[in-house]
Design a protein around this ligand. Structure first.
Ligand SMILES: C=CC1=C(C)c2cc3[nH]c(cc4nc(cc5[nH]c(cc1n2)c(C)c5CCC(=O)O)C(CCC(=O)O)=C4C)c(C)c3C=C
Ligand SMILES: [Fe+2]
Ligand SMILES: [Fe+2]
Length: 335
């Protein structure tokens, strides 16, 4: 017999937790400082021994960067908050509608709020005994995918009664992803009021050293570009497709070519009409809406470019949601 004060326990449910990088709670220097302090203290992100990195982080970076970054965030902030959080929430809502009531869909951020541990516990408390954790990074990197796994393991380490967990593998070469990008990019290019000479595929950068240490990120990005190129050369004949890496951080050498170098070089060598897309980002964020759409535009124009368009990420629109539903249903198989 159960004691009469035994709590009611919800059981038997299946959950899907979408995870993205994280974003500040507000576009202010204080909120950005809190976010960057957590993000840039992750040894998966900055692989410099803490004894050398901490004085630089706390003595220089967290004193100077928050004001600059807050200005960038302020330019893209929406009435629903940070674009990255608002769009990720939209993806979770749209996926919930597609999967129906048999599965509980929620979302979390690796840094900032809502956190992975808080959402994992809430899903477990809500009866999810099986949870698929889906990092929304098509290309694997230690700084992103592995860091989500670290946070997940640490959260599980604090739980007495753990759910069973599965994780979504990187999907950089998955037909569902390439199909979605092909359909979406072709439609967005067709809707422009100019025909681009170049479509630049810009991925978030990483220190070049990570490639030599065995991180597959660079190879994953290159393979996504190659597979997309195979499709786009038929769908967008005459448009030259190039690849670059954006958002350099710090003094070390990063993956090349750098997006802003390519933008300037293209304009300088005569390209007048250019469209840019960021296939490695599942959702538009400060890196696409500010770095590419505002600063990238200036770089291209200053070097002589005339027409410039930033294509939207897959976000929570139809092609991206078809892809997410396909990937998630596959991973939920047997549950
Ligand atoms: C898509 C994959 C990403 C990789 C790989 C990545 C690596 C990486 N990033 C930094 C430093 C910063 N990134 C910042 C923002 C940011 N990064 C990603 C994704 C990847 N980062 C996203 C989706 C975002 C946007 C977040 C948002 O709130 O909109 C920032 C903050 C912004 C700024 O101050 O410039 C920093 C800093 C490093 C060092 C790194 C690899 C080692
Ligand atoms: Fe980043
Ligand atoms: Fe950036």
């Amino acid at each position: 017999m159960l004691p009469s004060d035994h709590p009611t326990i919800a059981t038997g449910g299946v959950g899907v937790l979408l995870v993205n990088l994280g974003t500040p709670d507000a576009p202010t220097p204080d909120a950005v400082r809190r976010y960057l302090a957590e993000f840039l203290s992750d040894r998966r992100v900055v692989e410099i021994p803490p004894i050398a990195w901490k004085p630089i982080l706390h003595g220089i970076i967290l004193r100077t960067r928050p004001a600059k970054s807050a200005h960038a965030y302020a330019q893209v902030w929406t009435d629903k908050g940070s674009p990255l959080a608002a769009i990720t929430a939209g993806q979770a809502e749209a996926l919930q509608a597609r999967l129906g009531d048999g599965v509980k869909v929620d979302w979390a951020m690796r840094y900032g709020n809502p956190s992975i541990p808080s959402k994992l516990q809430a899903m477990k408390d809500g009866g999810c005994e099986r949870i698929l954790v889906a990092p929304l990074y098509p290309q694997y990197s230690g700084a992103t995918t592995a860091s989500v796994m670290d946070s997940l393991s640490a959260a599980l380490g604090e739980m007495r009664w753990q759910p069973a967990v599965r994780t979504l593998p990187p999907y950089y070469d998955d037909a569902a992803y390439i199909d979605a990008l092909e359909e979406d990019l072709v439609a967005q290019v067709a809707a422009l009021d100019f025909v681009p000479e170049v479509l630049l595929l810009s991925y978030h950068g990483m220190p070049e050293r990570t490639l030599h240490l065995g991180d597959p990120y660079h190879c994953h990005c290159r393979k996504t570009s190659r597979l997309l190129l195979e499709r786009l050369q038929h769908r967008l004949p005459g448009v030259r497709v190039e690849t670059s890496f954006q958002s350099r951080f710090g003094r070390a050498k990063w993956l090349e070519p750098a997006t802003e170098t390519v933008l300037a070089a293209e304009a300088a060598s005569g390209t007048r009409r250019l469209a840019i897309a960021a296939p490695g980002f599942s959702a538009d964020c400060v890196e696409t809406l500010e770095e590419l759409a505002i600063r990238g535009r200036e770089v291209f124009a200053e070097a002589g470019g005339e027409r410039y368009a930033v294509l939207a990420c897959l976000n929570d629109r139809e092609p991206g949601m078809v892809m997410l539903e396909t990937l998630v249903r596959r991973e939920l198989g047997g549950w």
